[in-house]
Design a protein around this ligand. Structure first.
Ligand SMILES: C[S@@+](CC[C@H](N)C(=O)[O-])C[C@H]1O[C@@H](n2cnc3c(N)ncnc32)[C@H](O)[C@@H]1O
Length: 328
């Protein structure tokens, strides 16, 4: 009798565990056109953890080389500043001088943030350069556009605007921007040639493209094995991604579209702590548990996906690629 009383709950728990694992391992947000991407981001925009714990930044943090412990939002702001250092200040001292020390009546440097998320990056750049830059953020998600526009109004900044727009067909005249900034957005683009052609089209001659993205490891000498292929496919299909290029392929993409002085770097080690921090930051704080409880299944799925990303970067299956290039 006691055996039956213990056996039934154990059986129920084990069955529930197996069902949950099976459901988690089946990707649920596969890319199926622009509406699938905007749908995912519209939904995420209501998520408290992304606003409060991630500070409206849907991108990795920079923890240094070698990485050091730091506050999650601080790491995200450091990521943007590090990209400015590597992607603008290092290759173009005159451009950073115009941004940091503007002379009176000089025209503003125009920056396009492609895939601007909830607006955190564009707002940080606008705060950093209130007199010298104007930042336009574009996203395919209407909820993100509304959210980021509200943040911009609340901040009182008048040098940042957000527009709902598909990067496959950006509604800007040729040669409109001095800097194109795109961080963790390229992985959603259905046609990378067209994406690159369009963003290079709207870049002014002499302007810089700065891209941070997720790459898959170099497979030229050792192709992906079955388990790696399954892992990558999961990462693509769970968060509406289309394809992860290899770092050398991304370099070739920029070069094919006429960019010069193309340089890449692997920032995997410096960004790796972001994955675990993305979960821990909400769990360490009691409010996080309350907030996450209402949408527990979606959060469980996201936490599982984050851990699989963490594992892919940790074991070298994925790499965090940074790229810069100048339009001649
Ligand atoms: C992971 S988020 C990156 C967030 C952002 N770069 C940041 O700094 O927080 C990916 C972004 O790419 C945008 N996106 C994806 N496909 C797009 C497209 N075809 N056109 C414009 N934006 C797109 C999404 O709407 C989302 O804002």
């Amino acid at each position: 009798m006691i055996g039956v009383l213990i056996g039934i709950p154990v059986f129920v728990l084990l069955t529930a565990g197996v069902v949950i694992v099976v459901l988690l391992r089946k990707p649920s947000r596969r890319y199926s056109g622009p509406g699938s991407v905007s749908g995912v981001y519209d939904t995420w925009t209501t998520d408290q953890k992304m606003k409060f714990y991630w500070g409206n930044h849907l991108h990795a943090g920079f923890y240094g080389q070698p990485p050091e412990r730091k506050d999650f939002i601080r790491a995200k702001l450091d990521m943007i500043d590090e990209m400015v250092r590597w992607g603008i200040a290092q290759p173009d001292p005159r451009l950073i001088e115009r941004l940091e020390n503007p002379v009176a009546n000089a025209s503003r440097i125009k920056i396009l943030d492609v895939g601007s998320g909830m607006g955190g990056t564009a707002l940080h750049l606008a705060q950093r350069w209130p007199k010298s830059a104007h930042i336009t953020g574009i996203t395919i998600s209407s909820a993100q556009t509304t959210h980021a526009t509200r943040l911009a109004h609340a901040s009182g900044l008048c040098n940042v605007t957000f527009v709902e727009c598909d990067a496959m067909d950006p509604a800007f005249a040729a040669q409109s921007f001095d800097i194109i900034w795109t961080l963790e957005s390229e992985v959603h683009m259905p046609d990378k040639e067209r994406f690159m052609r369009e963003i290079v089209r709207v870049l002014k001659p002499g302007g810089w493209l700065l891209m941070g993205t997720w790459n898959v490891r170099d497979t030229r000498s050792v192709p992906l094995n079955t388990s790696e292929m399954e892992h990558v496919q999961y990462l693509l299909d769970e968060w509406c991604h289309t394809k992860f290029d290899e770092i050398h392929e991304s370099v070739q993409l920029l070069e094919r579209h006429g960019l010069q002085k193309v340089v890449s770097e692997d920032w995997t080690a410096a960004t790796l702590p972001s994955w675990r921090d993305a979960i821990l930051v909400a769990l360490r704080d009691g409010r996080g548990l309350v907030w996450t409880a209402d949408i527990w299944w979606r959060n469980t799925r996201d936490a599982y996906t984050i851990l699989r990303f963490d594992s892919a970067f940790r074991k070298g299956l994925c790499q965090y690629g940074l790229f810069r290039g100048q339009k001649p």
